[in-house]
Design a protein around this ligand. Sequence first.
Ligand code: PLP
Length: 452
Amino acid sequence: LDVVRSVEPRIAAAIGQELTDQRESLKLIASENYASPATLLAMGNWMSDKYAEGTVGHRFYAGCRNVDTVESVAAEHARALFGADHAYVQPHSGIDANLVAFWSVLAQRVESPALERAGVRGVNDLSEEDWAELRRSLGDQRMLGMSLDAGGHLTHGFRPNISGKMFHQRSYGTDPETGRIDYDAVRAAAREFRPLILIAGYSAYPRLVNFRVMREIADEVGATLMVDMAHFAGLVAGKVLTGEHDPVPFAHIVTTTTHKSLRGPRGGMVLCEESLAEHVDRGCPMVLGGPLPHVMAAKAVALAEARQPAFRTYAQQIVDNARALAEGLTRRGAKLVTGGTDNHLVLLDVSGYGLTGRQAESALLDSGIVTNRNAVPQDPNGAWYTSGIRLGTPALTTRGLGAPELDEVAALIDGVLRGTSPGTTKSGKPSKAQYVLADGLAARTAEQAADL
Ligand code: PLP
């Protein structure tokens, strides 16, 4: 940090403070993790300085042999880890991976010379006539995805995201009684709506998805099945999600982020069947700028880590920990959406504490517990205030916490929320839930023990 400090001390201070904050708090944000030092070092270096538009062996810039190595090793690990025909490791984020997937499906399924030209040359080169033709041919495409309040993601066809402008969207929710996906309802919606793309995948659904059934539904209505496994990619990589819960054998195309349960650098990735590969590989320049070679290097390292046997133990522990958290909260009287969890996340309905999600999020943060507020199905408080808190275990599992510690975390969360007065953003009874790392394991600080 000294080198950074000599140029811009405020940035060095912020980076240093971030390390302290991440160590001194309990990170329960379901989409966050701690990347390994090997992954971080692969990302923080001069690989960043290279331009490499195009694909391996077919670049628009000279001098790309090292980037070619990086990209092909990352793709090789991704194919082997997930058993995919094809892997494209360039997307800069999950949103970018989804954009690549959407355009690939459109390019494969919609007859449009303008789309073809855009795929080869990039959209900057399209003429006015091309744009008019594109608008005509894409104007009526439909997408069916999970509703936001049931746990879907903005990129699955919702208005604040470009996907909601590209497609006519309809969503499927969850059963009001069980909180789980009702596959008959999905099938009925698909039969009526006839989507080009059926999307499965979520950001805040605490149960498993049956991708075999999703594929049957897609086949029945002639849709392409796209699965966004951003949240649970680590559980697929760690072979905790197998059979009909592993999306790769069933989906035509799978997208993911690399930084959540997969524990890699921030970024995205697309896996697909061979028939979509040529379209996916045109992600740059179609919707992506030049690839980030340093991030692809870090993806390769993280994917190599995920192929180690230890990652399977880690993935199983994520799920065991989420279950321990859910059980600990339920035993103390908390209400969970669907009554529990089968994956890495728990959706806690905080209305029973007389709080909104926003108040609960703030009270927990005051106590060193970092979470995010989240809508619950049919949320009366809407998407900003919400009635829920989303809790995920990938990060604490990386820090070595096990089921007994997650039960203590449940006690801390319940204690903070019970001690919080509605209408304030401060918890009534401040309790410092601080954990420190000791020899790679989490140990309670004396201060925290006193608070408990
Ligand atoms: N897809 C899902 C299911 C997500 O949960 C997220 C992010 O939270 C994304 C896509 C977008 O990822 P990114 O923030 O890397 O663009």
